[in-house]
Design a protein around this ligand. Structure first.
Ligand code: FE2
Ligand code: FE2
Length: 474
């Protein structure tokens, strides 16, 4: 018999709940077998310098040591309970926060937890092969850190399913291990989580753009009136910050390296830049366009009665809900959304309650823009006249009001034919992917060494130097 209370670090008093323990005893081997199959390829014997959360205290959630990843202690942590916490928005505003699932919201809440939970293993699956072509031990360690934490986020959601949703929850927890990213028969729930992540530029873009969608969804759920969900999401956010750092700094280091090589060799044509073994800025822009547009779809329809229901019921709030100064019921408020009418994109005011997806998407875009501005600074400081831009919101969208329209990067409505004529100016072409992958044909595993196409980071992990052995291959 495994002592699960010891094996699974937790602050939810696992040892006291027999039903829950039995459910997890059943689920854990299935999880490990999923990890063996779908976790990072060929990594089972590696010892990785990882951060493991052993408590939610500041000194407990960032313990660093060498760990074999299958032995990582995937723990269950909720932010401590605030006895006075209330439902802070919607029609139940002012009631004590729920410690149990309100019967009438059971199925919506389960759906929310499952949808969030499904993204966690999906990204591990998407990144499975990347360890084989890492640009350094530092980066290899970072992707593994992201992977084990996405695994922990799955545990976090599975805990909620097992603890609060009975038999249905247990079945959902099994399905979370059965779906596969990109599978035609049993795909992951959301589109962006079925796209391949074929190379490291795509990985950094993914962690910058798509993990940040994760952050915004978690922030909205961290406001939930269902207290265990709110407390779970609050702790997940501490880990999400590192994932976005990996993405932002990764892209930034690629840009920096490209700019250095362009300056040293006085070249700027993409083909010349490529001949020097770095990624041209135009290709970086196309990757950005792709990841931005598929991630915008994750927020859902611009106008959505589901979003209104989630809010009115007190289940999913707005970004920083409790810091916003309004009535937190949005009965009379309006919000602008875009709409394609004929050959124009119009803005119209709709009830704010129905536009909550769009609002969260707008909050996200603001933060993304700030990050892109930081990348731009790297280019500016090198004195290179190239501008990185965010595409128009309607570009390359498959969900919401822009679906079925062919919008250019700068927001013009085109015919399908016109759009297609520009497709590979705007989005990565098969040739772009081939080129980027050609740079990443093997693993750079020498201590302190970095691939030619990426600059070293400013500093190492947890105060360690860059020439530290972040991964031992054994
Ligand atoms: Fe996550
Ligand atoms: Fe993440």
């Amino acid at each position: 018999m495994i002592d699960y209370t010891e094996k699974i670090p937790n602050n939810v008093d696992l040892g006291r709940d027999r039903v829950l323990q039995r459910a997890l005893e059943h689920w854990q081997p299935a999880y490990l077998s999923w990890w063996y199959d779908m976790g990072p390829n060929e990594s089972h014997n590696f010892e990785v310098y990882l951060r493991t959360a052993t408590s939610v205290e500041p000194d407990g959630w960032a313990q660093f040591d060498y760990v074999k990843m299958p032995e990582y202690r995937w723990g269950i942590f909720l932010q401590p309970r605030d006895e006075k916490r209330q439902v802070n928005f919607g029609m139940h505003k002012g009631q004590p926060a729920w410690q149990d699932v309100p019967g009438e919201y059971r199925s919506i809440l389960r759906r929310i937890v499952v949808t969030q939970g499904d993204t966690e293993p999906a990204s591990v699956e998407q990144q499975k092969m990347l360890g084989l072509s890492c640009p350094s031990l530092y980066d290899l360690r970072n992707i593994f850190q992201v992977n084990v934490e996405e695994g922990r986020h799955l545990w976090a959601m599975v805990y909620l399913l097992h603890r609060y949703f009975g038999r249905d929850g247990r079945e959902e927890a099994e399905s979370l291990l059965a779906r596969r990213s990109g599978d035609t028969d049993n795909p992951r729930i959301l589109g962006a989580f079925n796209e391949p992540t074929p190379d490291w530029l795509a990985f950094y873009m993914f962690t910058f753009f798509t993990d940040r969608d994760g952050k915004f969804q978690l922030c909205a759920l961290a406001e939930s009136g269902f207290d265990p969900l709110a407390r779970t999401c609050r702790f997940m956010l501490t880990e999400e910050a590192h994932h976005m750092f990996v993405g932002e700094s990764g892209v930034s280091r690629i840009i920096q390296r490209t700019c250095e090589v362009m300056k040293e060799n006085k070249v700027d044509a993409p083909s010349d830049v490529r001949s020097l073994g770095v990624i041209d800025l135009q290709t970086i822009q196309r990757y950005l366009n792709f990841h931005y547009s598929v991630t915008l779809d994750l927020y859902g329809s611009d106008v959505s009665s589901n979003a209104a229901n989630y809010y009115t019921s007190g289940l999913k709030g707005r970004f920083r809900e409790t810091k916003l100064e309004d009535d937190h019921t949005l009965q009379d408020a309006v919000y602008p959304v875009s709409e394609v009418v004929g050959d124009k994109i119009n803005t119209k005011q709709v009830p704010a309650l129905t536009a909550l997806n769009e609002r969260l998407r707008d909050d996200y875009i603001e933060e993304i823009q700030a990050g892109v501005n930081r990348w731009q600074r790297v280019i500016d400081e090198a004195g290179i006249p190239f501008r990185l831009t965010l595409p128009h919101k309607g570009f390359h969208r498959e969900i919401g009001n822009f679906t079925g329209h062919f919008i250019s990067l700068d927001g013009k409505i085109l015919t399908e034919e016109q759009w297609k004529a520009h497709e590979f100016e705007w989005l990565p072409s098969p040739d772009d992917y081939k080129y980027v992958q050609s740079l990443m044909s093997g693993r750079v595993a020498e201590i302190g060494k970095f691939a030619n196409w990426i600059a070293p980071p400013v500093k190492g992990i947890n105060g360690k130097p860059l020439d530290f052995q972040y991964v031992r291959f054994n």
